[in-house]
Write a protein that binds this ligand. Sequence first.
Ligand SMILES: Cc1ncc(COP(=O)(O)O)c(C=O)c1O
Length: 391
Amino acid sequence: MHAEDWIVERLRGLREDDLYRSTTTYADAGGHVNADGRKLLNLASNDYLNLAQHPDVIAAAKRHLDQWGTGSTASRLVTGTLPCHQQLEERLATHKSYARAVLFGSGYMANVGVITTLVGRGDHVFADRLVHASLIEGVLASRATLHRFQHNDPDHLAALLSEKSDQGRCLVVTESVFSMDGDLAPLAALGEIAVKNDAMLLVDDAHATGVYGPQGAGRVAEENLQGIVNITIGTFSKGLGGYGGFAACSESMAELMINRSRSFIYTTAPAPAAVGAAMGALDVLQEHPEYGQDLLARAARFRQTLEQQGLETGAGTSHIIPLLIGDSAATLAVARELHDQGVLVVAFRPPTVPEGSARLRLAPTLAHSDEELAQAAEKIAAVAGSRAHAA
Ligand SMILES: Cc1ncc(COP(=O)(O)O)c(C=O)c1O
């Protein structure tokens, strides 16, 4: 079939299944955005602490831009390593209480680069059934055998590990705060099983970074699990309001990343302004270690208000609140109606979430007042009401 023909056919199929996606341009970014001349309360961003708009973060990015220019001009192993990269890596290692940290272009690149470095053909990855696409991408690229354990089920993980009979290396993979469900992984229990089975443990702290733990250092730091979590992934792109990713790990693992990780080696070093924004965000959190707790308290009040309105908000306790609808078309319709009422939520559909579990993902941020959130809850209940149900 001619290339254009199969592409058109594929797009038609996506439309028919209500899985077609397109980008929308918003006039601005933040907790409130303008679209089609209308002001919307943005419950769809990952800028949980509103740091993308923070003057100190912007100023730090500008200082780095002025000092080092727009680009790092080369990959890290060529001439792209600047003092700001080294400073940020040292700071992140201290922040996360690991021996070392390694910067990547994004959280996605960190996940792919780390997994492909740690395992290969003949090895095994045991991943929670709901982990993020970037982690799965890493497993597929590594050619290791993928085993999925039931969501947040350490017993199932233990059972799968006990079935393995060859000598291949084992890596257990989970998120600490699940991006689409907002529930928390039982990190200590998973860690115990990993240690018992001589498996490595990778925790993706993407949605916990900035929110949980001392000065937003994440859930691994909060629970002091650095001794059993071999590698923690973080991103600047969510709670820290910027862009970029990193891995925190041991000295030798960092050296291995630098020598073997293709998404570290074969790409240009992160831009100075992005490095500066990350530094600025860490400074803000040092000065305001209460921000994460403030957000969690605000999210808990919002969750409670939604429940008082008769909505089920799932098993989570975090700042990410799923409203399960199930059917993709119905979820899209609810998102559209809410948009018309000034509330911006996005319909998450397969393959981002499992088949039949399309949902709205509500993410309140520090840019939103309790009053605004209460008003939004009323609108969400009125529109989603009978269509939303428990996970
Ligand atoms: C759990 C998880 N890990 C990693 C990523 C990727 O992070 P980044 O946006 O920095 O590429 C995301 C976000 O999309 C995520 O939700």
